[in-house]
Design a protein around this ligand. Structure first.
Ligand code: DAH
Length: 338
């Protein structure tokens, strides 16, 4: 039986060395190592051997099986490598084939306007600041020179969480926060962000919208600096042929205050004006509360509505389009102004 076993091993190894395909290797495995193989049937004849020869024969069977298994494993690896090399040698990648088309989103039109304005002001040496949307009454109103019973609060009714905490009604509280942070040092910031007002939504009103606040504080800041910043911004946004018109206005945090109109050409060739933002020289009280001595420092500030800019720029008929996430609307702004 031992000779028989060794003979099986020889034929198995020979077959293996001659095998040329993975399928042949698999056939050899079934023939020599499966439950129905000759080796297995020899194992079942173990009982016919004298008792004392059984362990040695059992061990030999296992040894033969392991040898065959090892040889099989090695040969299989070799054949697989050969197959891969052959594939690599023959297969060519056609780089001219078109790639897969993925759906590509684009930057939201409001963020396009914000990024555009940020780019402009960063280039002029401004920093981008931000503050919380859930704001303290102290920053939102009091530090902006609107006492608890100030009548101008009525124009900015909001959503209160408790008596002293509200969703900010404008980005102006970031002025106060930044002043305290800068501890009396000159500053130039813009601050884009969401703001909230208690309002009934319709094509031109939304209870949530976006603003960009601007604030510059330094020595010898005059109204001319404000005019220059406003004109630069308006021309950047709407074109170099535009001009601005300032109308006297009132904001508690600036004195004097102005509404800023931008010019446009009417169909009949005459000039029309559209109001785009509010601005002014920083009120001395606001400077004082922010830690600046109004005798040495002056400032200017402005607040601009992002939706309003986008509406004018892209001729949009309903402010609610910005928030309803309709891809038919949003996909129209692919790469606009970028
Ligand atoms: N905070 C004002 C508003 O929401 C806008 C504004 C006007 C901001 C004049 C300013 C400013 O900084 O100087 O109506």
């Amino acid at each position: 039986m031992k000779e028989q076993l060794l003979a099986i091993k020889q034929t198995a190894l020979k077959a293996m060395s001659e095998a040329k395909t993975l399928q042949e290797i698999e056939d050899i495995r079934i023939l020599y190592l499966s439950k129905k193989s000759e080796i297995s049937s020899l194992m079942s004849k173990l009982r016919d051997l004298p008792q004392e020869e059984r362990p040695a024969f059992g061990a030999l069977v296992n040894q033969v099986k392991t040898e065959i298994e090892l040889a099989l494993y090695e040969k299989k690896g070799k054949l697989e490598e050969e197959a891969l090399n052959q594939l690599l040698a023959t297969e060519k990648i056609d780089v001219t084939l078109p790639g897969y088309q993925f759906y590509q989103g684009q930057i939201h039109p409001l963020n396009q306007v914000i990024e555009d304005i940020e780019d402009l002001f960063i280039g002029l040496g401004y920093e981008v600041a931000d503050g919380p949307e859930l704001e303290n009454d102290h920053y939102n109103f009091e530090m902006m020179n609107l006492d608890k019973d100030h009548p101008a609060r009525a124009m900015q009714d909001s959503f209160y969480v408790d008596e002293n905490t509200l969703l900010r009604t404008h980005t102006s509280p970031v002025q106060a926060r930044t002043m305290l942070l800068k501890k009396g040092a000159p500053l130039r910031i813009i601050c884009p962000g969401k703001v909230y007002r208690r309002d009934d939504d319709d094509p031109t009103h939304s209870h949530q919208f976006m603003q960009i606040e601007g604030l510059v504080i330094d020595e010898k800041i005059t109204f001319a600096h404000l005019k220059d910043a406003l004109l630069t911004m308006v021309r950047h946004l709407f074109g170099s042929e535009r001009t601005i018109r300032l109308r006297p206005s009132y904001f508690p945090f600036t004195e004097p205050s102005v509404e800023v109109d931008v010019s446009y050409q009417k169909k009949d060739g005459t000039t029309g004006w559209i109001e785009v933002l509010g601005a002014g020289r920083v009120h001395p009280n606001v400077l004082k509360m922010g830690g600046y001595d109004p005798d040495h420092y002056q400032g200017f500030a402005f607040g601009i509505g992002v939706e309003r800019i986008a509406i004018l720029r892209y001729a949009i008929d309903d402010i609610r389009h910005f928030y309803t996430n309709d891809v038919r609307f949003l996909s129209q702004f692919k790469g606009v102004n970028r």
